[in-house]
Design a protein around this ligand. Structure first.
Ligand SMILES: N[C@@H](CCC(=O)N[C@@H](CS)C(=O)NCC(=O)O)C(=O)O
Length: 213
């Protein structure tokens, strides 16, 4: 059986939602980042990069959100992962996932994980300030991308879940999220899905942790 290694509220919620949406049989395995469980030898044997998510399969472990999400799409179908059947829509979704993982996510890392970039602690506040400034630009771009439907093509994909967790993180670092009404409406559409509600319950979150409306 598949095993999803996740931490509550981390980006691992994106494949967690995709697996639940797909009705896949999987064992959710909690790895508490806050308690350093991802640094323990048992977990480093699963993912030497010490990150969640990781997906254990019959053929071996897959790491990196984008690889996991494409694996889920090919194995179970597309709801909540990456579109299949239309090459442009698949590319559009992967494009967003790539930008999210390589730019938006990394801007949060400069705020939360200064030690990834330098051991010189005196530089961390400047890194965090740069990260916040970058996030303001990223957030404005995400707001522009949000319309009445979903981010990539006509259906719910992993890009929508990823945008939802960024919105929550934005609230967590006390960014003013009031200026992004279309994004807030997208997050509400995501968290109102029955499969997403099951994931939130399993990870220990309430709807109001994500959106206020
Ligand atoms: N490039 C990886 C990034 C994964 C990642 O950074 N995960 C975070 C949680 S959102 C993590 O495990 N952080 C642990 C740490 O920074 O110590 C992916 O896209 O899967």
């Amino acid at each position: 059986m598949l095993k999803l290694f996740y931490s509550p509220g981390a980006c691992s919620i994106v494949p967690h939602i995709a697996l639940e949406e797909a009705g896949a049989e999987f064992e959710p395995v909690r790895v508490m980042l806050a308690e350093g469980e991802h640094m323990r030898p048992e977990y480093l044997a699963i993912n030497p990069h010490a990150r969640v998510p990781a997906l254990g399969t019959d053929q071996g472990v897959i790491t990196e959100n984008i690889a996991i999400l494409n694996f889920i799409a090919d194995s179970f179908g597309a709801a909540g992962s990456v579109p299949r059947g239309d090459a442009f829509e698949a590319a559009r979704c992967n494009e967003l996932l790539g930008w999210f993982a390589s730019s938006v996510h990394i801007s949060f890392a400069t705020i939360w994980r200064g030690s990834r970039f330098t051991d010189d602690e005196s530089v961390w506040p400047a890194l965090a300030a740069g990260g916040k400034a970058a996030l303001k630009k990223h957030f404005a771009e995400i707001e522009e991308l949000c319309a009445d439907g979903w981010l990539a093509g006509g259906a719910f994909t992993a890009a929508d879940s990823y945008a939802a967790i960024f919105y929550r993180w934005g609230r967590r670092i006390e960014m003013d999220m009031g200026g992004y009404p279309r994004w807030a409406a997208l997050v509400a559409r995501v968290v109102d899905r029955p499969a997403v509600q099951r994931v939130l319950e399993r990870e220990g979150w309430k709807r109001s942790d994500f959106v206020t409306s």
